[in-house]
Ligand binder design. Sequence first.
Ligand code: NAD
Length: 377
Amino acid sequence: MSELAVGVVREGGAGERRVGLVPESVARLSARGLSTVVQAGAGAAAWFPDADYAAAGATVTGNVYEQSDIVVCLHPPDPELLREGQLLVGLLQPLLDPERARALADAKVIAISLDGLPRTLSRAQSMDALTSQANVAGYKAAILAADRYGGYFPMLMTAAGTVRPATVLVLGAGVAGLQAIGTARRLGAVVTGYDVREAARADIASTGASVLSLDADAAGSGGYARALTADEAARQQEAMAAAVARFDVVITTAQVPGRTPPVLVTAAALAALHPGAVVVDLAASDLGGNVAGSVPDTTVVTDGGVTVVGAGNLAASVPRAASTAYARNVVALLSHLIKDGRPVLDPADEITAAVLVTQDGEVVHPAVRALLNGEPA
Ligand code: NAD
């Protein structure tokens, strides 16, 4: 029986520097009876040269789609590049783009999407790419804020006198927010965190940061927050406008699954910040973010002298660490799905059912099917 080949593609897309497998993945896949094929230049932007993959035992090729049984990516490739029976593993985001899932089903590709993994299932943690990439993004958000801020983050005692540390407020304390809190604290800032979930507030306190208390409380299901009602959101925005004024830096990371990000920092709150304050909106998206007027990949300075950084794909800007973590998630998932060198897709398995999007020419994921039928996911 010949070994199945796992191919890793060169990502397209502006600013995308990550790669789905790294040289260390090659031996790990080999231990599970899988060979590795690498599209030439796939890891170059993440500082993983072709030679390092080849030295690890991979084949470097210009023909990765033809030579692979399993294709690993971050962003979904054009379904026309894939062939019947091929397995595609990536962050395919079928709930955001169900039509692409339908196209993958039409191409008879078996599509497996890492963003479907249950977040709170402990045996799935090593596969959780949303967590690994959010960790990188939260780290980079704090570094970016420190870079854009005109002062020091730590308290410094110098011959020229003592400098007080920066005060940092992190809104939303999921994976990215907690990593931003930890990174800002390691840089020496005095950090406060805020979240609408009680469990997240306990997480903030456990880092040693202060917890900002406003009256909103909105735990949803699966460890996520629910959307606030219009009244709750208005009260939260008003309380936030009063609370943010004393901070030098605000980092926002609040998300509600399937919704546009909630606006936490309104124009009035921005106006309350002092000139030189920095706001980094990790939730900035084309549909809006946590900060009024923030635009992804765009930095603006308000009339009041506040720098607002709309973050783009921050994980891609730390490509070595982000790729290494993502590749470990992929290898962990493949190790779960491959038995004796062959994929075993058991629909009764909680992990498999959550990640399997298309099979046998059909969209099989219930939430994606619902969206395609015009029903809520
Ligand atoms: P996310 O990106 O969906 O949201 C980020 C944070 O924003 C959340 O903490 C959420 O409560 C908060 N938020 C939403 N609306 C808000 C508002 N109006 N005001 C303030 N904060 C608001 O979250 P995530 O980082 O993807 O994490 C999702 C869940 O998965 C969390 O419960 C996390 O702890 C959990 N998780 C668990 C594990 C594990 O069990 N080991 C691993 C990874 C993630």
